[in-house]
Design a protein around this ligand. Structure first.
Ligand code: G3H
Ligand code: ZN
Length: 281
């Protein structure tokens, strides 16, 4: 199966009033787990690597990107590659000539006009290189270095601003702040479905939900019905991975073979991914 462009998977999902799930890849095992889940469910997925994951790989994008691309190419269903939460100019420049078909340019923390100016510039360059671009308006928050909470005053995406932002930047998709927050370990977030519906009415491009680990299956279904077309999931996979490794090592403290604890850990991620994929219509 060949790689699919992100645009195709997101637009395809949107036309079916569904959403495509984008799984965060930190290690090779995340990519392998996601490909296994995609194959088993026969659903296309997006594999996304974030700027933070690149930092973890000692600042090198290429090794993890090339490995992830190879995993995606061997899958039996379409898989797209996305570079996520890019704030640094050097990484953005690297995305322009890479295995990725899309990039999220993340200036969501900046004041509105500055976010708009920078995003418009990024879109111009990315489109010239054939990339699909996602940007954030409002602020999802919740990452370890986030200065604001998802519930702070004024962080939710304003529909009028969103319409103006999309029109003036030319972005292909918009990440919206509608009540989810990054890095939640339990699915207890309550989304503002009415706000999602208003955004859907005002904004022509697909809407993206970040921080979806904190969103229950039922909330996700409602959000997709209201207009979310791309669902980003990271932390839930790491919860599954880490729980499994902890249990394996506690059960056998003499084990020093990573294959013996990473095999069930990878399977735990696949199982969690399948639950998430199953919750999307
Ligand atoms: O961009 C990535 C996602 O927003 C992941 O969020 O780790 O809270 O699921 P999460
Ligand atoms: Zn995110």
């Amino acid at each position: 199966m060949t790689l699919a462009p992100t645009s195709e998977l997101v637009e395809g999902a949107r036309s079916r009033r569904s959403a495509v799930v984008a799984f965060n890849v930190i290690s090779l095992e995340h990519a392998e787990a996601a490909a296994a889940a995609a194959n088993a469910s026969r659903r296309p997925v997006i594999l996304q690597i974030s700027e933070n994951a690149v930092r973890f790989h000692v600042g090198q994008l290429e090794p993890i990107a090339v490995a992830t691309e190879a995993v995606a190419r061997h899958a039996h269903v379409p898989i797209a590659l996305h570079l996520d939460h890019v704030t640094e100019d050097a990484l953005f420049a690297e995305s322009l000539d890479s295995v990725f078909s899309s990039v999220m340019y993340d200036a969501g923390l900046l004041p509105y006009e500055e976010n708009l100016r920078r995003t418009a510039g990024a879109v111009h360059q990315a489109h010239a290189a054939g990339l699909w671009v996602e940007a954030e308006l409002g602020y999802v928050g919740g990452k370890p270095d986030s200065p604001l909470s998802a519930h702070a005053e004024g962080v939710r995406t304003d529909p009028d601003e969103a319409a103006d932002f999309v029109r003036r930047t030319g972005v292909d998709a918009l990440a919206v702040a509608v009540g989810s927050s990054h890095a939640m370990r339990d699915p207890t977030a309550r989304l503002d479905h009415e706000l999602i519906a208003r955004l859907r009415e005002r904004v022509s491009v697909p809407l993206v939900l970040h921080g979806s680990s904190g969103v229950s299956g039922e909330e996700l279904r409602t959000a997709v019905a209201a207009g979310i077309a791309k669902v980003n999931v990271g932390t839930a996979l790491n919860v599954a991975l880490t729980r499994s490794i902890r249990a394996e090592l506690e059960a056998d403290p003499t084990n020093v073979d990573p294959r013996r604890y990473l095999t069930p850990a990878r399977e735990s991620m696949t199982a969690r991914m399948l639950e998430i994929l199953d919750s999307i219509p």
